[in-house]
Design a protein around this ligand. Structure first.
Ligand code: MN
Length: 471
């Protein structure tokens, strides 16, 4: 029986605009995908990889099923990238571990990898890298063309030689792990390993027992060290492992010869922990016998049924169906297809596709047109305001009246008759009529009405007092 407990943490990092990493951690399946591609391709590819993997592994939770799930995810992403213009060239890394039942009925953990997301095993306090990066720099290290130290700073360290979804077929690395109680598996995107070295990763895994806190702590460290990429970490604890023989944890990898026959490579000794051993693509790192062993199997074309390497006492997974998987042989490494960490410059067409047609009318466009309309509208408002911000008293058919506007109009805006009073021209003093004919301007309607009232009062006062004014 095996009991697992896991923790997952993912973060956008401190330099990127979106998180194109995706991850999963269920009871029995754990995965990290690091998407790549312009526009939203990276996110789409990583999400499709995780979703396809989960659905396929649920249908067939075996090591063969894990491989089939990778093939299915590769096909799904490839098809979508060919079909949708804006997603062309998208791809993703995928590193996944799934609990399943091995050939002898004992629990095993299948591990599969494509790309440069990594799996590490912490066993007995020692950490070692299980997966080999499918990056140009790492391939060169494996062929002895470059040292590990050179690779860490090499400009090609982020160029993938293998990724999921960039071709109709993909070569998948696969392992079978027999793990102990207390072992700890780490899956992570390169956002962690580019920022935090393996010694520091080992320290965190040794000191933080809660897998969720350990995952979080590793992500925090990556961000503290720069956070130049999205960072994703899944920590899987083997709370209870299969303890019967073999006593030591083991990791098996399978290979095929040119004729397509499967063979198990000699289980090599464990690499000194904390650092992947320098090795050719098919050689095993040196190990001490008692520690966890990792047997590596390199894969090419899978036969319908793999032949078990009985003498080694190891289980080989059995492929359910013959699937053509291309093996990249050392002299034929493909040149990099893209620089993963360089943001791909988006073309106008890609941007339009990403934004979709409705969003082409942006806020900026609307503001621009509003501004264009605002200029004449503002001018009209100013003219109207000037034309109407005036009141005057004039004579309308023998009565005194108040008008709003400019006498005679202004730029076609005619004055408006506001108040035709009961006061007639005969009820004001004659000399005032001269002023009225020239129009008398007042600052407001009230002032104009007050003026008329005063004229009338003046007239009445004259009527009642001195006859001298009645010329
Ligand atoms: Mn990354």
């Amino acid at each position: 029986m095996t009991v697992l407990r896991s923790g997952l943490a993912t973060d956008i990092g401190r330099a990127r605009e979106s998180n194109e990493d995706r991850a999963a951690a269920s009871d029995t399946l754990f995965a990290v995908a690091d998407g790549m591609g312009g526009a939203r391709g990276g996110e789409v590819a990583a999400r499709m990889a995780i979703e396809t993997l989960q659905a396929a592994y649920e249908r067939n939770p075996t090591i063969a099923g894990l491989r089939e799930a990778f093939v299915a995810a590769n096909g799904a992403i490839w098809e979508q990238s060919v079909r949708v213009d804006g997603l062309r060239g998208m791809g993703t890394t995928l590193t996944a571990a799934g609990l399943s039942v091995g050939a002898d009925g004992r629990d095993v953990i299948g591990l599969a990898n494509v790309g440069d997301s990594r799996a590490y095993l912490m066993s007995g306090g020692a950490i070692k890298q299980i997966t080999a990066d499918h990056s140009l720099a790492e391939e060169r290290v494996r062929h002895g063309e470059m040292t590990e130290a050179e690779a860490e700073v090499h400009p090609h360290r982020h160029i993938l030689t293998r990724a999921l979804g960039v071709a109709p077929e993909v070569d998948i690395d696969l392992w079978e792990l027999h793990l102990h109680t207390g072992d700890r598996l780490l899956l992570c995107s390169d956002g962690l390993t580019n920022e935090v070295n393996v010694e520091q990763i080992g320290q965190v895994l040794r000191s933080e027992h809660d897998p969720r806190k350990a995952a979080r702590s590793l992500v925090d460290r990556a961000n503290a060290n720069g956070g130049s990429d999205n960072v994703t970490v899944v920590v899987v604890d083997i709370l209870v492992g299969e303890e019967e023989p073999p006593r030591s944890s083991s990791v098996a990898r399978v290979s095929l010869d040119e004729a397509g026959a499967t063979r198990l490579e000699e289980p090599g000794p464990n690499p000194p922990v904390d650092r992947p051993a320098p090795a050719g693509p098919r050689t095993q790192p040196p190990v001490d016998e008692d520690a966890t062993t990792i047997t590596t199997v390199h894969r090419g074309l899978l036969p319908a049924v793999a032949s078990p390497a009985a003498d080694a006492g190891e289980e080989l997974f059995v492929a359910a169906a013959p699937v053509a998987i291309q093996t990249i042989s050392p002299p034929e490494y493909r040149e990099p297809e893209r620089e993963r960490l360089t943001p791909v410059r988006e073309t106008r067409r890609e941007r339009r596709l990403r934004l979709g047609v409705p969003r082409r009318i942006t806020v900026r466009v609307i503001l621009f047109f509003l501004l264009i309309l605002a200029v004449p509208a503002g001018a009209v408002a100013v003219v109207r305001w000037y034309a109407m911000d005036n009141w005057y008293v004039a004579i309308d058919h023998g009565n005194l009246a108040v008008y709003q506007g400019r006498p005679g109009g202004f730029l076609g805006i005619q004055p408006k008759l506001l108040d035709r009073t009961d006061v007639t021209t005969k009820e004001v003093l004659a000399f005032r009529l001269r002023d009225l004919r020239r129009t008398v301007t007042e600052p407001s309607l009230q002032a104009a009405e007050r003026y008329i009232a005063n004229l009338h009062r003046e007239f009445v006062a004259q009527q009642n007092s001195t006859p001298l004014t009645r010329l």
